[in-house]
Design a binder for this molecule. Sequence first.
Ligand code: ATP
Length: 342
Amino acid sequence: MTLMAYSPFVAQVRLVNITKQFDGVTAVEDINLDIADREFMILLGPSGCGKSTLLRIIAGLEDPTEGEVWIGDKMVNDVLPKQRDVAMVFQSYALYPHKTVQANIEFPLKVRKVAKTERGVAALAAADSLGLGEYMQRKPAALSGGQRQRVALARAIVRKPAVFCMDEPLSNLDAKLRGETRAELIALHQRLESTFIYVTHDQVEAMTMGTRIAVMSRGHLEQIGSPQEVYDKPASVFVAQFVGMPPMNILPAGSLESGNHLVGVRPEQLEIAASGPLSMKVTLVEQLGHEVLVTGDVGAKRFVVRVAAHTIAPRIGDVVGLDAPEAGRHRFDATTEQRIDA
Ligand code: ATP
């Protein structure tokens, strides 16, 4: 049995001037964001930046202090969560421990008084699509973390929501399972053709899954763009250092170029060259098999350089020259730390 694509109507989500305050704490401030129908939008940022609050406002689990939430052509500020056509998937799975997998997946349909046979068919289709078909009679305690997370996803799928909201759903899984589940989520998004809004602090998840990423910091949107745009043209020093691992190296004003601006260079854009304008004292050499990371001090700054495998890497204690070709330089205002484009 296959799951049919659904979303019979357009499910774009629009946030207009959204602000949320909790007892004097401003969690998010004046957020404007348009999420297109069937987009896989990632809300990315460090702990406390307000991304979960924004997601919960979309799902209706929090009321904004100010601003409007639109789903399709309807303003939903006063619409209850269960009537918003939004399904939420949490990090903690939130499964009923005493119910079987089947009963857990069927539950949202039971609440809606869908007939038993129809519930069974829908639950099996959702379970099959996530490789859970053989576990239908097990209880959550007899499942692995990854299987539990898939049950939580299947339970969201049977509701056939127009919008899936996911709050760090993979963070309880180990690295291998996270990688596999990432791939499953990408496939699921393609199959279901619905709008996904996904909160994470993990830039790898953001880069690999998102059609667009909204990078957040301290309750504000720093940048919205495709993963490649955000990586290639970070709008600020914050984005430059949050997206990309190891982070972009940042040089103080005046150290590579004259003028009152900072210069950023990604580790793979630096070249070790005796005649280079920068000098680095090597403090660490990490062999990763497919590449070598060379860390060192450039003046008072810690720098990381990515070197191809099978080239001769420097050794700890060496002083090497570094070149930062023009094409690899990013410039930021020294005061505002915002990108300066030529
Ligand atoms: P994390 O990744 O740690 O969950 P986050 O980016 O999702 O962080 P939020 O949970 O949205 O951040 O929190 C944003 C800010 O709002 C934080 O300063 C947080 O302490 C505050 N906050 C969130 N929920 C509440 C609440 N119910 N009452 C008071 N303050 C809250």
